[in-house]
Every structure is written in structure tokens, then in C-alpha cells.
Design a protein around this ligand. Structure first.
Ligand SMILES: Cc1cc2nc3c(=O)[nH]c(=O)nc-3n(C[C@H](O)[C@H](O)[C@H](O)COP(=O)(O)OP(=O)(O)OC[C@H]3O[C@@H](n4cnc5c(N)ncnc54)[C@H](O)[C@@H]3O)c2cc1C
Ligand code: SF4
Ligand code: SF4
Length: 491
């Protein structure tokens, strides 16, 4: 089970294809040494950009970085980078060693100034340097982590020096974009920003008073931003960070607190699916709403929790249920599934308001697929208890009949309550018990005027449903959703 997660790190065309320059210089340069002169432009570029915005170059333009991320990362071992390679003494010694050799070679070539050979010999210095980085950096990328070389790359150190000068000048305050968190109380402390980080940094544990991540080694690659399940990270200059912090709404997060609980019951729903019931110990009572989620601590070092939708309706304030699907090679679920009844656990929450049904709502459409069904168990129960709610339709999509949970309970609630209509749908089963297809196939048939829509499930389902709902006349402010993936609503 690997702690670090491999994800796409190339979000722009430059980052996807800049590696071509590496091959052009390092290999093409062996035949045409003048190609090495391109590196002079690259060195100038990285030094200038670093003055204004730190190691931005490394994460966004560097041709070697592009090679490591685009080509080698998919086949890298993706292991922990040894501490020694990150240590200040090693990085400084390597920088001195590199600069000494580089300067020595330059002085030798300078003796040829004015001769026919000069340009080619100068180019060859850069070609050889590029080739060495390609071989050593490539091997380290393959065997350890794709950005191992970058921990002590002399060009990275050069950028740090340039950035320090930028800081002294005061300009970086206005030009340097840093990883910024909208609001720390919305952070799930899941550590995903750290697990996907090519430099294995820990932004979620280090935000400063302006909610910014001040780490000179951050290459501003946006991988954490793209992967944060809470969608609360962005790259911002200090002024914007302050504004975001001031304007951040915390509805649904204001009662977040640490809760000591014991596991009261564990129910096996399927081979890879368990329902955990927690009894609160300290405090004894916790107010939560159906549609919120709770964090379960999985480890202390580094501190990490996992988020789970609350599946129970808060009838007694003393207990809470979640349903957890064991992810193959999942780091957190493998730890949580080792727990037994009676074990003490630390929870944090309750959190979130995305799926909480607001006061005044009368007609509700619930849509889920896969494990996204879990919050709707509590939500249907709670909404049926509320007199002002006139109609609840629930579209529950699963692949096979065997994937349904709480199906009989939903059917019973449908039979017992005129205002509840349950629509189970399977995409891969052919029988008459279930509707066939995807939840999105049934949106056109519904009259959704005055309905508020709540969705939980896969990114694809939420994005497709959202557009269909808008097309069917539902107002965007009446559509609420939650997903562990980043949702993109642009058409
Ligand atoms: C608000 C919210 C509510 C949620 N509610 C529920 C719920 O009710 N029930 C539920 O079961 N889950 C829920 N989740 C998801 C849950 O928080 C966890 O993300 C989930 O349990 C997986 O955790 P994990 O640590 O086991 O998996 P991780 O180890 O974090 O793996 C997550 C994904 O990354 C992939 N991955 C892991 N390691 C690597 C690697 N080395 N290389 C490439 N890919 C990798 C895995 O295949 C998996 O797809 C919710 C999430 C959020 C944000
Ligand atoms: S902290 Fe984020 S932006 Fe910085 S290097 Fe890590 S993943 Fe990239
Ligand atoms: S990835 Fe997780 S830990 Fe990191 S900022 Fe987002 S919610 Fe917080």
C-alpha cells in the first residue's frame, strides 16, 4: 500500500510537452552542440521568474520537470524521497560543487573567445549538463520519486537565491502566488494535498496567519489545488489571500469540534462495505444534521483524517453512523477496517452544509450513484419527519442489483409514505425489478418546478445531471451537491 498518490501533474500544454526541449538539447546537442545555447535562455528565465514568484518555473516551465512529470511519473516507484537529499547541507554542497565545475569549464572555454570553436564548445557545456541531469535525474525519478533530482537541483538553488533577493526588495508581496487555503475550518485534514505533492510537502499542516503555504520549495505546480477534495485551495498573492479569508462563509462548519467516541457497532453490509456506529463519549451529545459529514482520525504522524457522510438521522444526539467502502489499496480505509467494536476513535465535526436541506424547502429531488447513496439514508428519514416537505423523489443509481444498500428500507418508506417516491436504477442489470440505465436518463421525465435538488456521487454523474437539470429549467441556486472529486460545471 503506497502512501503517496500518483496523479496527473500536467495541467497546461507547456507542462505536457516541454520535455521535448530536454531531449532536443541533451541528445540533439551531441550532434549540434549549439543547441546547448538554448539553456542560457532557460537559466535567464528561471532566475528572473524566481525573483518575482519563487520556484514557479520548476512547476510550470522546466523542461526536465516536464519530463519527470509527463514521461517518468507514470512508471516511477513513487517512494518517499530520502531526507538526506532534501537536507540544507547536501543541497548547499551540491550547489557549490556544481557552480565550481560549471565556472571552471566556462573559464576554459572563454580562452577560445573569438575562435571558430568557441560557440560549439560553449554549447557543449550546457549539452553535457543537460545530459547528466537527464541520466541521473531520470534514474532517480524512476527508482525513487519523479521529482527527486529537483530536491537538490542547482537551478532550484539558484532560484532560491534570486527569490530571496525578490523578498528583500518587497516585490514578492505583490507578485508571488502561494498555495492558499480558503478557510482552515473547511479542511478535512485528509492530507491528500501532501500525498499528491511531487515534492512531498505538507501544505495542510503549515498554513500561516494569511492562510498561505510559505515554503520556498513549493514549485507552484497546482497538483494539490487540483486534487483537494474540499476544493478550498488556490494559488494567490498575499492581498487576495487576505480577501478570500475575510469573505469565506463558514455555514455548516461552525460547530466543528473534536469528539472522542467508541465504536458501538460494526455491520458488514457487503465484503467491502461496513456500517460503523459511534457512541459519543466526550462530549456525550453532538448536534448534527442529516447531509453533513464527519472526519475519522486514521493516524497522528502526520495527522490525518478521512471524511464520511453521516448516514444516520440525528434522533438522539448520542450516536452517529457512517457507511464506508473499502478502497483497494486505499490507505485510510485499510486502517479503519482494522477497528473492532469497543475501540476508541477520534472524530472531528460535524461539517458541511452542501447537502443539508434548507428551511423552507418543500419539494426535494435526491440523486445518488455508487457509494454516494450514504447521506440520503439520513436525509430521506429526516425529510419525511418534516411536515413542511411535500414531495421527495429519490433516484438511486447502481451498477448491479447487488450494489444496492438499504434498498428494502427505501422501498418500505416509499410504500408507507405518499410523499416519497423511490426510483432504484441499474446500469448493468436486465430485469423488471429495477429501472434500466443511468440516473441522468430519468431527469427528463420529471416535472421539477419548485424542486431543490441534492446530489452525491461520481464527478461524471454530478456534472451531467447538473447540465440536464439546468436544461430542464431548474435554477442553479436550487442545485446542491457533494463529491470527493473536483466538480467542473463549465459547459
Ligand atoms: C465529503 C466527503 C464524504 C465522503 N463520504 C464517504 C462515505 O460516506 N463513504 C465512503 O466510503 N467514502 C466517503 N468519502 C471518501 C473518503 O473520504 C475516502 O476518500 C475514501 O474512504 C478512501 O480513503 P483511502 O484513504 O482508503 O483511499 P486513498 O488511499 O486516499 O485512495 C483514494 C483514491 O486514490 C487512489 N490511489 C491511492 N493510492 C494511489 C497511488 N499510489 N497511485 C494512484 N492512485 C492511488 C485509490 O485507488 C483511490 O481511488 C467521502 C469523501 C468526502 C470528501
Ligand atoms: S504544495 Fe502544492 S503547489 Fe506546492 S509543490 Fe506541492 S503540490 Fe505543487
Ligand atoms: S487536500 Fe485535504 S488536507 Fe489538503 S487542504 Fe484539501 S481538505 Fe485539507
Amino acid at each position: 500500500m503506497n502512501y503517496f498518490i500518483k496523479t496527473n501533474r500536467t495541467f497546461t500544454t507547456v507542462r505536457k510537452y516541454a520535455w521535448v526541449v530536454t531531449l532536443l538539447v541533451a541528445l540533439g546537442g551531441l550532434w549540434q552542440p549549439r543547441l546547448g545555447l538554448i539553456v542560457i535562455g532557460i537559466m535567464a528565465g528561471l532566475t528572473i521568474t524566481a525573483f518575482f514568484t519563487g520556484r514557479y518555473w520548476c512547476g510550470n516551465f522546466c523542461p526536465h520537470g516536464s519530463l519527470f512529470d509527463s514521461i517518468i511519473n507514470p512508471i516511477s516507484q513513487n517512494k518517499k524521497i530520502p531526507k538526506i537529499l532534501k537536507s540544507k547541507s547536501f543541497v548547499s554542497l551540491f550547489f557549490i560543487f556544481f557552480m565550481f565545475n560549471f565556472t571552471r569549464k566556462l573559464i576554459n572555454v572563454m580562452r577560445l573567445w573569438g575562435s571558430y570553436q568557441f560557440i560549439d564548445r560553449l554549447g557543449l557545456i550546457f549539452v553535457n549538463t543537460y545530459l547528466i541531469v537527464l541520466i541521473i535525474g531520470g534514474a532517480l525519478a524512476l527508482l525513487i520519486n519523479s521529482r527527486t533530482w529537483c530536491q537538490f537541483c542547482p537551478m532550484g538553488s539558484l532560484q532560491k537565491v534570486s527569490h530571496k533577493l525578490g523578498e528583500y526588495s518587497g516585490i514578492t508581496k505583490y507578485t508571488e502566488k502561494k498555495v492558499t487555503i480558503e478557510n482552515t475550518s473547511k479542511c478535512h485534514t485528509c492530507g491528500k494535498c501532501s500525498r499528491v505533492c511531487p515534492f512531498q510537502l505538507t501544505p495542510y499542516l503549515e498554513f500561516d496567519e494569511h492562510n498561505q503555504f510559505n515554503n520556498i520549495n513549493c514549485i507552484r505546480c497546482s497538483t494539490c489545488v487540483e486534487n483537494c477534495p474540499a476544493n478550498i485551495l488556490s494559488l494567490q498573492v498575499e492581498g487576495n489571500a487576505k480577501r478570500i479569508k475575510e469573505n469565506s462563509a463558514t455555514d455548516g462548519y461552525e460547530n466543528r469540534r473534536r469528539i472522542l467516541a467508541i465504536i458501538k457497532n460494526i455491520k458488514d453490509l457487503k465484503d467491502d462495505l461496513k456500517e460503523f456506529e459511534f457512541q459519543f463519549i466526550n462530549p456525550r451529545n453532538v448536534q448534527y444534521k442529516a447531509g453533513q459529514f464527519i472526519l475519522i482520525k486514521i493516524q497522528d504522524n502526520p495527522l490525518q483524517y478521512r471524511a464520511y457522510s453521516i448516514s444516520s438521522n440525528n434522533r438522539d444526539d448520542g450516536t452517529l453512523k457512517v457507511i464506508i467502502k473499502k478502497v483497494e489499496n486505499g490507505y485510510g480505509t485499510n486502517l479503519i477496517f482494522k477497528h473492532n467494536i469497543g475501540d476508541e476513535v477520534v472524530l472531528e465535526g460535524p461539517m458541511g452544509n452542501e447537502l443539508v436541506v434548507p428551511e423552507g424547502a418543500k419539494k426535494l429531488l435526491f440523486i445518488s450513484n455508487g457509494i454516494g447513496v450514504t447521506p440520503f439514508i439520513g436525509l430521506v428519514e429526516e425529510s419525511l419527519d418534516r411536515d413542511e416537505i411535500e414531495s421527495i423523489i429519490f433516484l438511486n443509481g447502481q451498477r448491479f442489483e447487488s450494489d444496492f444498500i438499504y434498498n428494502d428500507q427505501f422501498k418500505m418508506m416509499d410504500l408507507d409514505n405518499d410523499k416519497f417516491k423511490y426510483m432504484p436504477i441499474t446500469s448493468r442489470e436486465s430485469n423488471d425489478i429495477f429501472l434500466k440505465g443511468y440516473v441522468t436518463d430519468y431527469l427528463d421525465d420529471l416535472d421539477l418546478s419548485e424542486y431543490k435538488v441534492f446530489m452525491c456521487g461520481s464527478k461524471a454523474m454530478i456534472e451531467q445531471s447538473y447540465h440536464k437539470l439546468l436544461f430542464n429549467g431548474v435554477n442553479s441556486k436550487d442545485i446542491y451537491f457533494e463529491s470527493e472529486e473536483r466538480i467542473n460545471l463549465s459547459a
